[in-house]
Design a protein around this ligand. Sequence first.
Ligand SMILES: Cc1cc2nc3c(=O)[nH]c(=O)nc-3n(C[C@H](O)[C@H](O)[C@H](O)COP(=O)(O)O)c2cc1C
Length: 195
Amino acid sequence: MFDLNEKPPLVSLAPMAGVTDIPFRRQVKAFGGQYCVSEMVASDQLARARIDMVRRAAGSGVISPLVIQLAGRDPAWMAEGARLAEAAGADVIDINMGCPAKSVTSGLCGSALMREPDHAMTLVEATVNATKLPVTLKMRLGWDDKSLNAPEMAKRAEAAGVRMLTIHGRTRSNFSAASPIGPRSHQWLKPSPSQ
Ligand SMILES: Cc1cc2nc3c(=O)[nH]c(=O)nc-3n(C[C@H](O)[C@H](O)[C@H](O)COP(=O)(O)O)c2cc1C
């Protein structure tokens, strides 16, 4: 089994819907990229065998380690998505709590989950309990500058069994590259003196 402790990814290709499909990840791996995350896979749609989601979760025997990112809002579907991804050959399951797209946040998924930490943790627990694979989590600094709750969520996620965190150093209100990154992200990313 892929061991995040033994092989911690020093450089990772960020998951990008519409970009990090299998051919793209193969190219990145050919250029030395070691850890490449899939496009976001809607867990309920994967369970319903929607063809584009099945395609996003594929790659066993081609991409190694196979890191499948799941999105969703319902713990039961997240658990089912994790089981299906594991059965499809995944090595790591990543959970999406960072997507800012209106189509996603209007369904209270992606970064919208940072506004509901208690509910978000039920998704983490359901996913962790459904699979023997390492589960990782990607999130933002928070929903907006008034709710920068990534540190609290990180502690809770770690306690719930999450093995690695990725922080997208913007809030949901910052959206993406058009907005400047807030100073807090740099502050949090700086190693503590003991490290
Ligand atoms: C086209 C595109 C698609 C993305 N899709 C995903 C996704 O499926 N899952 C995810 O966690 N992040 C996704 N992201 C966010 C990236 O993984 C990354 O966190 C982000 O691009 C970092 O920096 P930025 O805010 O400057 O764009 C996407 C980003 C882009 C540009």
